[in-house]
Ligand binder design. Structure first.
Ligand code: NDP
Length: 371
């Protein structure tokens, strides 16, 4: 069963089936009561958490928002009132570890600046909680490995916020590309970028771990990996950064990278903090699958060329958003003791390649990756 059909089956499961599966889970993973929604704590009440994620819980079947963690007391007051969260479920970063004593929290969703992902994911696992961590998983391979080790030791799930895997157009693009709908894939192009505004943590390497690649170029990288279904064997990268631009004192602006895959697929990718891109295109022997925009919050558009005819592919509006799909997927995985489709290993795989991209750009040569 491929990822997409497996997800379809899981999402279609009734509570009885979930309970039966939970019964087969490891003894150390307590089975939730039938129909129970798992409780999420959101850590870091910034733009993405408050504007995109928190409003989604009202549409979730298996997830509910039960706790908040913030360094800003005013946000705790405001959002606790908005989402009806009791004072006993509000935490600061200093009191974070007390989530251990709160059984209503099943999953901790880390929506902090990148350099804080590893620390809070590990502390959450040590507190006995499952973790959903935003992308990039962390700022180094070593941090990713420590996060995976901590979740394994605690026998808890770890998932990365690769929301596009829960978005129908991207799911279809994966099926079509890997299924050879336009012939075997030969070349994939992927472009992601936006014009970064000054004065934010994303432009401070100590907080972000890097520039456009860590933040937005990761969408190009992750897409070419999920569209090909393969891991790259080599990378060649070129960085273009105007260091006189005050935004780019410590992080890169543009980094273009080419990946070679075992089957012979070549991916050409753009990552930019000074130009606007959101697209990918899978070129097969017989046509192409193009998505533009490819990975926004909503409004994906797909165009397919096959047998000499180019036509848009329009899907019905899905009943649930990609954000709801993501939140409920981890809840279902916890209840059924399944590995998330975007587990920690997926974030680690991206970091492996990103470290090689930076190295290639720095050393001006192709870098070979472990297959
Ligand atoms: P914001 O700057 O809007 O929010 C980050 C929050 O982290 C802050 O509001 C603050 O919340 C908390 N924080 C704690 N310490 C610090 C610190 N030293 N400096 C700054 N903030 C701090 O960032 P985003 O919400 O845009 O991004 C957060 C994460 O989500 C990133 O990893 C990013 O890559 C990811 N993201 C993912 C997206 C996706 O589509 N998957 C889209 C956007 C972001 P508080 O005041 O509550 O402590």
């Amino acid at each position: 069963m491929d990822d997409t059909s497996r997800r379809g089956v899981l999402q279609g499961m009734g509570t009885g089936m979930l309970t039966a599966l939970a019964g087969r889970g490891l003894a150390a993973v307590p089975a939730p009561a039938p129909g129970r929604k798992l409780g999420y704590a959101i850590v870091g009440l910034g733009g993405y958490a408050t504007r995109q994620i928190m409003p989604q819980f009202r549409d979730c079947d298996h997830s509910r928002l039960v706790a908040l963690v913030s360094g800003t007391p005013g946000k705790l007051t405001r959002y606790a009132a908005e989402y009806d969260i009791p004072a006993s479920n509000l935490y600061s970063y200093a009191t974070f570890d007390r989530i251990r004593d709160n059984p209503s929290i099943d999953i901790v969703y880390i929506v902090l600046p990148n350099s804080m992902h590893a620390e809070y994911s590990i502390r959450a696992a040590q507190a006995g909680k499952h973790v959903l961590c935003e992308k990039p998983m962390a700022v180094s391979v070593a941090e990713c490995e420590a996060m995976i080790a901590a979740s394994r030791k605690a026998n808890r799930k770890l998932m990365i916020g690769y929301r596009s895997r829960f978005e129908p157009y991207n799911q279809l693009a994966i099926q079509l590309a890997r299924g050879g709908h336009v012939g075997p894939t030969r070349i994939i192009t992927a472009e992601h970028g936006f014009n970064a505004q000054p004065g934010q943590w994303r432009l401070d390497r100590a907080m972000s771990g890097g520039g456009s690649l860590m933040d937005i170029g990761i969408y190009s990288l992750n897409a070419v990996r999920y569209l090909s279904g393969e891991e790259p064997v080599s990378v060649t990268a070129v960085e273009s950064t105007d260091r006189r631009d005050p935004r780019f004192r410590t992080v890169e602006d543009r980094i273009d990278f080419m990946l070679r895959f075992p089957s012979g697929i070549v991916a050409n990718c753009v990552s930019s903090y000074s130009s606007n891109h959101n697209a990918y295109r899978v070129n097969g022997t017989d046509g192409f699958i193009a998505m533009e925009p490819a990975t926004p919050y909503e409004g994906q558009r797909m165009m397919i060329r096959k047998d000499g005819v180019t036509a848009p592919r329009v899907l019905p509006k899905p009943p649930k958003t990609q954000f709801v799909g993501q939140l409920d997927h981890l809840a279902i995985c916890v209840m059924t003791d399944q590995q998330p489709i975007v587990a920690g290993e997926e974030g680690l795989a991206d970091l492996h390649v990103m470290e090689a991209i930076y190295r290639s750009a720095r050393e001006g040569r192709a870098v070979t990756l472990r297959s």
